[in-house]
Design a protein around this ligand. Sequence first.
Ligand code: 8YV
Length: 330
Amino acid sequence: MPTNISASAPQVTAPIAGEQILRVGPVNPTVAQSLSEEFSSLVLPETEPEREAFLTAHGEQIRVAVCSGRFGVDTDLLSRLPALEAIINFGVGYDATDTKTAIARGIKISNTPEVLNDCVADTALGLYLVTLRSLGAAERFVRNGSWVPGKNFPLATRASGKKVGILGLGRIGQAIATRLEAFGCEIHYHNRNQKPDSNYTYHHSAVDLAAKTEVLIVAAAGGAQSAKLVDAQVLSAVGPQGFVINIARGTVIDESALIDALSTGKIAGAGLDVFENEPHVPAELLELENVVLLPHLGSGTNETRADMAALTLDNLRSYLADRSLLTPIS
Ligand code: 8YV
């Protein structure tokens, strides 16, 4: 009987070898170890001229890139990887990657959604409490010996029962809102699209959300569409009694406008886990007492980073096995 190869038979593509897999930037240690030991992947050098020489030698054969929310596959790198088929991103945010060009080229992209919702939301709640109740400054007050007879730490702001505005009611925004409900907070939100199943109060713009609430929590994805969404006008709507918390991306807030608002009393305070140009934190912010600063640790627990690493590697294994991704970005 003749062999009948039907038109719908799965397309057989050449297996992907280690020298066709590229690690971009530093990644989580578990991911880095597996990439090297299990997949024998290549590593993109971080400095010129090594990077240039590497791309000249290997760029055209790379088919899969593994990167992070911090060091993505940008426009420049994409142009040097003409055979790229898939980008496996460690982290839920992928704004460091030029997804528009990648998608137009038919490149598949995965990220690590869901597994970090709880830890990022916990960080948001921690920042919320530390910022409104001045807990960081209060701890420093004890440590530096300021707590002496007759001297009390200044009163702070009540955190329970506030009207809170969530800017970006995605998976993480929702996890933050759920936690705040337990604090008796009234939840409002602004999102690109109104959520038909949500009971929270929707506002059509960031400025309206800020004007109607007492604390603005930024949980929107980074990238061009949300750049400087929280600008001077939104900050003035937050008002002198209001607070801003950001666990999303520094780029969502106009950082100079925020520094101005914090230093001139246009807002009461801020809690920031993310900055425009990490790890650089502007000197003006370091000097202010009404801002709490964290080193982008939103998802930073052993358990969650292990889950993110496992999902990253499972996406890679899946792509190598049958060209599918477990958690594609769309
Ligand atoms: C990580 C994050 O810090 O997932 C994200 O988008 O911002 C964090 O979980 C980051 O991805 C590490 O590269």
